[in-house]
Design a protein around this ligand. Structure first.
Ligand code: SAH
Length: 354
């Protein structure tokens, strides 16, 4: 379901196709649209007042309408190495994005949908169900906002521009394929990011994975596996009943073959659920067949589930087994745990707080 344009009180630049920006300024000379396009995509700014080469009337118009959302919450954690935003669209939709600075990279985690229909048992977004797809412009605006923030304010660590973008916020990007595709096109072609710096993370929607393999970009693909046999995966990731492991693995192998890019496997470690050494052994077989890197993420506990993160010793045993089987594995740090920065959590805490 698309947001109807009428629901927005005005025509918003980021929701207007880049080629069509002139339509917002019918009385201005055509080169003005080019200037706006440059500001929006090449040099985003938090405030239109900084667009100094535009006439005051245009700046004023843009000032009122620049972002397709407002910032309802901005929280920082990890000594300002992490910033989390809850953006609110005019129709009430909540859009979360998390910006994380590291010594040599700055990564933005963005949302592709409001809520999610896939209902993975441990995921805060899934627990709240599906509201709507994000528009391409709403996805791109998260990137532009972070880019502007980095240039004008910055984190306590890391490059002052985005080096990486991951579709690991709210939603399933491959369930919103066309809008996500157009957002990626704009991020690459309009903003100038290398597709190699973008990662699409999927729960394993096989048709979308096959489609993505045919796109012109060398994107990274991450597959959220969480279980290495169908019996267990059916309980954690309900869509597994439709696209079982063997099909997901075949689609990941196809991606590797078509792109020559290694896929990564995401594995959220849940205490006494999927952290056994047996699972690690089975995961190792899959990872080795795919030449995949494994990212292990200790669970961030969510309000509607009893699940807890695996204990340290169990994480070590799990990871140790993978390594002993010559699988590359990284344990992700749980950035921003104290600001509910895990998938869908900020929104969840807002909703439960009323
Ligand atoms: N729908 C996509 C992308 C969004 S989720 C996907 O499933 O990949 C991004 C990642 O966060 C996924 O690997 C997901 O499994 C993980 N994740 C979701 N909820 C989590 C939680 N409570 N704790 C830790 N990781 C979680």
């Amino acid at each position: 379901m698309l947001v109807e344009r009428g629901k927005y009180p005005f025509r918003v630049p980021y929701l207007t196709p880049p080629d069509d920006l002139g339509s917002l300024f019918p009385d201005e000379a055509p080169y003005r649209a080019k200037q706006v396009r440059h500001w929006l995509y090449r040099r985003p700014t938090l405030n239109a007042a900084s667009m100094t080469d535009l006439p005051p009337a245009m700046r004023e118009y843009l000032g009122d309408n620049l972002w397709p959302f407002y910032v309802e919450i901005e929280q920082s954690a990890d000594d300002r190495a992490t910033i989390k935003w809850l953006f609110r669209a005019p129709d009430g939709a909540a859009i979360e994005a998390v910006l994380m600075g590291y010594k040599e990279r700055t990564t933005l985690c963005i949302s592709s949908q409001v809520g999610c229909a896939l209902a993975c048992s441990f995921c805060a977004t899934g627990q709240f169900g599906f509201e709507r797809h994000l528009l391409s412009g709403e996805i791109v605006a998260q990137v532009a906002y972070a880019q502007a923030y980095l240039r004008e304010i910055g984190l306590s660590i890391g490059p002052r521009h985005l080096t990486n973008i991951v579709f690991m916020g709210m939603g399933e990007p491959l369930a919103n394929y066309d809008r996500v595709r157009e957002a990626i096109r704009r991020i690459v072609e309009e903003m100038g990011m290398s597709p190699r710096r973008l990662t699409v993370s999927t729960v394993g929607l096989v048709p979308g994975m096959l489609k993505l393999a045919e796109e012109p970009w060398q994107l990274n693909l991450a597959v959220s596996l969480h279980a290495a046999d169908d019996g267990l995966r059916d309980t954690l990731v309900p869509i597994n009943k439709r696209y079982p492991l063997a099909e997901v693995e075949a689609a990941a192998a196809n991606y590797f073959d078509r792109k020559g890019r290694r896929v990564s496997i995401e594995w959220t470690l849940i205490d006494a659920v999927n952290d056994s050494v047996e699972q690690a052994t089975m995961l190792a077989s899959i990872a080795r067949r795919l030449h995949a890197h494994v990212n292990v993420i200790p669970l961030n506990a969510t309000p509607l589930s009893e699940d807890q993160p695996s204990r340290k010793a169990q994480i070590q045993a799990f990871v140790g087994r993978l390594r002993s089987l010559e699988v590359n594995v990284t344990v992700r740090d749980t950035r921003g745990a104290d600001i509910d920065a895990a998938c869908g959590q900020l929104r969840a805490s807002q909703s439960t707080a009323g």
